[in-house]
Design a protein. Structure first.
Length: 247
């Protein structure tokens, strides 16, 4: 692909995904993410042609200007958009697919001192929200979303949404990541706390019914189910056979 066509695609990606972008000239001059991607393609060319010192030197100049550090060895697909971009770090063996969106403070990094492939691979259409860290040589599947501030340490299947530290899958492929909403995401910690709250309420009901029936929860009474609900003393039969699935 020609360099000018590639630059035009990068600019159009910013116009499409950022409502604050107004004109191509504004994006070209004022958007550090676009500027960093344009320079990275030149640096990657130098890197592939074994001019690695000059590639690294140029990438450090780009970092000083834009606040975005992209190793010249990283492979970045078409129509990638780095919004704001400050403190974005993209490691040497990172691979980024087409139509990805990366926000400020994102790290696509490695773990340990392994050589070879040690950074993540992003599929097509992936959204990585502000402050997220994706660490290790695994793939984030196509059209997945990584929530703000998440730390992802394991592979993510296509079409999923990951949030939390460490990252947990909270949405499956029935919902794509086309929209760039970074706020309305499920909270796995809140979900677990709600499950615990419901479980405590159910246990309190069982305890109250047991005490009302004249049983001391601390005695040595047989609480096992006899199978006869008319005279069974187990707590499940006492409240009508409620189970965990009903909670």
């Amino acid at each position: 692909m020609g360099i000018f066509k590639s630059i035009k695609e990068d600019i159009d990606a910013a116009l499409t995904r950022d409502p604050a972008a107004r004109t191509r000239l504004e994006v070209l001059i004022c958007y550090p993410g676009v500027y960093a991607l344009i320079l990275h393609r030149w640096e990657h060319f130098l890197y592939r042609h074994n001019l690695k010192f000059f590639a690294r030197w140029s990438s450090q100049v780009t970092r000083a200007i834009t606040g975005i550090e992209i190793h010249p060895g990283a492979q970045i697909g078409r129509r990638c958009f780095i919004d704001h971009g400050m403190a974005v770090v993209i490691g040497e063996t990172t691979e980024i697919g087409d139509d990805c969106t990366i926000y400020q403070g994102v790290t696509l990094g490695g773990t340990g001192k392994d050589v070879g492939k040690r950074h993540p691979t992003l599929g097509n259409g992936v959204v990585v929200a502000s402050g997220a860290k994706v660490l290790g040589p695994f793939k984030v599947g196509d059209n997945s979303k990584v929530g703000a501030g998440s730390v992802v340490l394991h592979e993510v299947p296509p079409g999923c949404t990951v949030v939390g530290i460490p990252g947990k899958i909270v949405r499956r492929p029935d919902q794509r990541a086309d929209e760039l909403n970074q706020v309305d995401l499920p909270d796995p910690v809140a979900v677990e706390l709600e499950c615990l709250r419901k479980r405590i309420i159910a246990l309190e009901k069982k305890l109250a019914l047991a005490q009302a029936g004249g049983l001391d929860p601390g005695d040595n009474a047989d609480w096992s189910c006899s199978g006869r609900k008319d005279d069974c003393r187990c707590s499940d039969c006492a409240i009508g056979g409620e189970t965990d699935e009903d909670i």
